[in-house]
Design a protein around this ligand. Structure first.
Ligand code: AMP
Ligand code: ZN
Length: 479
């Protein structure tokens, strides 16, 4: 039974999809105006791990992630994020390219990062600019229902009219009144209202016709439009980083539920922020990393994936040099373990007589950890425990071919969720070498050690060696 912490109820709930066996999941995706930073990638990795765990539990997941190529303004922290420059337009000025070129370039880079991190492809990555008609339809509906108003070609959501406002973030309109500034937009009736559509100033490049003005959408409306377009009016799961709880997701609820009259999403999952050396990432502080920066420091993307797995998505991961170095060592530990097991399961002769499969106990513990709100650090600790146990058995020559195979089956199962790509370093043993080793074993059983040494030399001349184990077992290795 999968339990997930729902930001809406503020409790861990048993996950129950709308349609048995199927899950519709929407993840807030990247704003493609720059390289994704490792905080963004953290959010996408969490979505990937959630999807994989749902699939592990037998669900068929339809995952949709948007690409924001218009309308995400820079002053996100300020009240309703209606102010500041459009992030896309900022990049247009910086790089002297068209908005479409900027979006294409960084979308491509985003997909490259996903591939490097072994993040599964969503069913679809809709782009905001391709869904303006759907946004206009919702905005028109909200005006008809008296939840939104138009002034001078601008449309705002009158949040006081939506009784459920604040149910996700816990914010009350009274709280919003404190510190809200009316001068943010002169046409707003109330400072806490948020923009659905804005009339474009002359110099604004991205603009579309609408019943109200030649303009552009507010940031929040795109996610209501695209999620409902591809997943229907009620989603099973909606995810994003904690910064999105307010205002983005609170506003998505107001827009979607105001329009359909139905519940928008049954489960809301939010990952805590990744910090760098204990601080928020920002370009001005110079602590802003993209995946390529980490690669340049000598860490492969899988190290970053493992680092993310090592921390629970609902706690702040503090990115430090020490932490990633530790993840690198752990990744090597896992890789060596897998390769050892592969070699044993393929190349060892004479399985040990009584081998009892013990991996299922670990599998049960892994499942319990992951089904308890995706407790990846606990699930990883179960794996590390198994590695320690197997390595001990290996040194004592108590791990035979059969158990090595069982453990590899266990690994393949859990790695469907972890999603780590381990480079194989398996020794393929030619038949001739196997035959020589077998011959040598018989000779050793007959205690003809001179002949046995000659055969060892013969094997070594061909680039292999035999390691003698207890009970006359042996392991062939490449020199
Ligand atoms: P954006 O491109 O700004 O819309 O962000 C894409 C996703 O990354 C959103 O779900 C954000 O909440 C998330 N995000 C942004 N910064 C961080 C961070 N430092 N740590 C974790 N998630 C983040
Ligand atoms: Zn969104």
């Amino acid at each position: 039974m999968l339990r997930l912490y729902n930001t809406l109820s503020k409790t861990k709930e048993e996950f129950k999809p709308i349609d048995p066996g199927k899950v519709g999941m929407y993840n807030c995706g990247p704003t493609v105006y720059d390289y994704a930073h490792i905080g963004n990638l953290n959010a996408f990795l969490v979505a990937d791990i959630l999807r994989r765990q749902l699939e592990y539990n037998g669900y068929e997941v339809r995952q949709i992630m948007n690409i924001t190529d218009v309308g995400h303004l820079t002053a996100d922290d300020v009240n309703q994020a209606d102010t500041g420059e459009d992030k896309m337009l900022k990049a247009v000025k910086r790089e002297n390219k068209t908005p479409a070129d900027i979006a294409d370039f960084y979308t491509e880079k985003f997909f490259e990062d996903l591939k490097k991190l072994n993040i599964k492809k969503a069913a679809y990555y809709p782009r905001a600019t391709a869904h303006i008609p759907q946004m206009i339809k919702i905005i028109s509906g909200l005006i008809e229902r008296g939840l939104a108003y138009e002034i001078n070609g601008n449309v705002f959501y009158d949040i006081a009219k939506f009784s459920g406002y604040g149910k996700l973030s816990g914010k009350k309109i009274e709280d919003l009144k404190v510190g809200a500034r009316l001068e943010e937009h002169p046409d707003k009736k109330n400072p806490w209202d948020f923009a659905l559509w804005l009339k474009a100033p002359k110099e604004h490049i991205l603009k579309w016709k609408s019943p109200w003005s030649l303009g552009y959408p507010g940031w929040h409306i795109e996610c209501s439009a695209m999620s409902m377009e591809y997943l229907g009016e009620t989603l099973d799961i909606h995810t994003g980083g904690e910064d999105h709880i307010f205002p983005h997701h609170e506003n998505e609820i107001a827009q979607s539920e105001g329009f359909t009259g139905k519940k928008f999403s049954n489960y809301w999952l939010h990952n805590r922020f990744l910090l760098i050396d204990g601080a928020k990432m920002s370009k001005s502080k110079g602590n802003f990393y993209a995946l390529k920066d980490i690669e340049e420091k000598g860490y492969i993307p899988m190290t970053f994936r493992l680092l993310i797995l090592g921390s629970h998505y609902r706690s702040n991961l503090n990115f430090t040099e020490n932490g990633i170095e530790q993840a690198k060592n752990n990744f090597k530990k896992i890789s060596d373990w897998i390769n050892n097991l592969e070699n044993i399961s393929q190349n060892i002769e004479n399985p040990l007589p009584a081998e009892i499969d013990f991996s299922y106990i670990y599998l049960k513990r892994f499942e319990e950890a992951m089904n308890d709100d995706l407790n990846t650090p606990l699930a990883l600790s179960v794996l590390y425990e198994l590695i320690t146990e197997t390595n001990k058995l290996l040194t004592e020559n108590k791990l035979g071919e059969k158990n090595a195979k069982n453990i590899l089956v266990f690994w393949k199962k859990i790695n469907k969720v972890f999603g780590l790509i381990i480079e194989k370093n398996i020794t393929e043993i030619p038949a001739e070498i196997s035959a020589l080793a077998k011959e040598r074993k018989i000779i050793r059983e007959n205690k003809d050690f001179k002949k046995s040494d000659e055969l060892r030399e013969k094997i070594e001349k061909r680039g292999y060696t035999v390691e003698d184990l207890k009970n006359n077992n042996y392991l062939i290795k490449k020199l």
